[in-house]
Design a protein around this ligand. Structure first.
Ligand code: GLA
Length: 387
């Protein structure tokens, strides 16, 4: 585990002696409720114990310096360069956040030296990008003394990604990174942003994350295509029912209007969203009632819906989930995050964890030729300043 002292030491060796403040914001794993957030539905993610650190110092020179332990690209931008995206570089994430401050009429009253160091596996679909955005928003808010509320910083981080990076993501990842609480998952209504922190007390069961190492691409294409398909479904349904978001429809409502969507692909996309929202609510109810097996069944059903109706899984994720389903002691397993590669999340009984890692690992590698990684998740807190 990385320590604040290490980050500080690295910062000082890059930028020289002096003061430095360190902030942290976590990645997330979503237990259930996938591709529902931008449809105004429910999600159920939790913050992880790994994430992105940001060390910051104010300087007199009117520039912002960007460095990262994870990426080669580094740059120094004068204030008037801060509104221009830098190609496809990682700095667009923090830059996008800085621009959200500008949009609120908040100017930089100081130059900054920034050093990022993240331990979320990149491209694993565990929201390294949200962690990067939220840690920037949280740190800037503190350094500039702007006193914005946490949830406002979360919204700004999402907008940074929408407007500066060009991914039309929903709010789940940034919300989990900003608002998470150790040992709790967040049952979030993505339309109203009302949320409930639900304790995750799984007696004898752990959350295991399996990394397919089949990269979930940072490129926006397929993701934005799904967002557009959901909009197309709403447009069709509006011809007979006044809705703004698929999340307004119950499964029964959808059954009564789905025949109006003549395009089979669009209908299946909407079917996934509407049923996934129900699965998410049911899963949270099951968990609260101590029915963990039922929770697991809903996770499995979520995966098949994402595979068949939403078509965001692909061979790597399907193989990983199928191999997990074969193991005794696996309560449920599904892809997590945006899809097209990345990770699965599984609930696994303590006594089965070793054989899970061994067997799923070997079988997945045999079938795909890729060596996977496994992490037993610890649910951590949202963004914070470290001392
Ligand atoms: C990505 C996006 C989220 C969400 C998930 C799918 O992680 O950033 O907003 O849409 O995909 O549930």
């Amino acid at each position: 585990m990385m320590k604040v002292e290490d980050i500080k030491r690295e910062f000082l060796s890059i930028y020289g002696e002096g003061d430095v403040a360190v902030y942290f914001s976590p990645g997330r794993v979503n237990l259930i409720g996938e591709h529902t957030d931008y449809n105004g539905g429910f999600v159920f993610p939790c913050a992880l114990s790994f994430g992105t650190f940001l060390a910051v110092r104010k300087i007199e020179e009117k520039v912002v310096k960007f460095r990262s332990a994870n990426q080669d690209f580094a740059t120094k931008l004068s204030f008037n360069q801060l509104t221009t995206p830098q190609g496809k570089e990682w700095v667009n994430y923090p830059l996008g956040v800085i621009n959200q401050f500008f949009k609120k009429g908040i100017e930089l009253n100081t130059g900054l030296e920034l050093y990022f160091n993240g331990n979320v596996p990149n491209g694993a679909g565990l929201s390294s990008s949200a962690a990067l955005e939220v840690v920037t928003a949280y740190a800037l808010n503190d350094v500039l003394g702007t006193d914005l509320e946490r949830v406002e910083l979360v919204k700004m981080s999402q907008k940074a990604e929408n407007e500066f990076v060009g991914v039309n993501c929903g709010i789940m990842d940034q919300f989990a990174s900003g608002m998470g609480k150790a040992n709790h998952a967040i049952f979030l209504n993505c339309d109203t942003l009302d949320y409930e922190l639900v304790p995750i007390e799984l007696e004898g069961v752990k959350i295991v994350i399996s990394n397919t190492h089949s990269p979930h691409k940072l490129d926006a294409g397929k993701y934005n295509e799904r967002v557009a398909e959901c909009k197309a479904a709403v447009e069709k349904i509006r011809e007979i029912m006044p809705i703004n978001l698929l999340g307004e429809l119950s499964v029964e409502d959808f059954a009564s209007v789905e025949s109006t969507i003549t395009d089979d692909v669009i209908r299946r996309r909407a079917h996934h969203v509407v049923t996934e929202i129900k699965r998410t609510r049911d899963a949270v109810d099951a968990l609260k009632a101590g029915k963990v097996e039922e929770f697991g069944q809903l996770m499995n059903a979520s995966h098949t819906s994402l595979r068949d109706d939403y078509e965001v899984t692909g061979t790597a994720l399907d193989t990983m989930a199928e191999e997990a389903w074969k193991i005794d002691g696996v309560i449920g397993s599904r892809m997590t995050g945006g899809g097209f590669g990345g990770c699965t999340v599984s609930l696994v009984r303590d006594e089965a964890i070793d054989s899970f890692i061994e067997k799923v690992g070997a079988n997945y590698e045999k079938r795909t030729g890729i060596k996977p990684d496994f992490y037993v998740a610890e649910i951590g807190n949202g963004a914070s300043k470290l001392n």
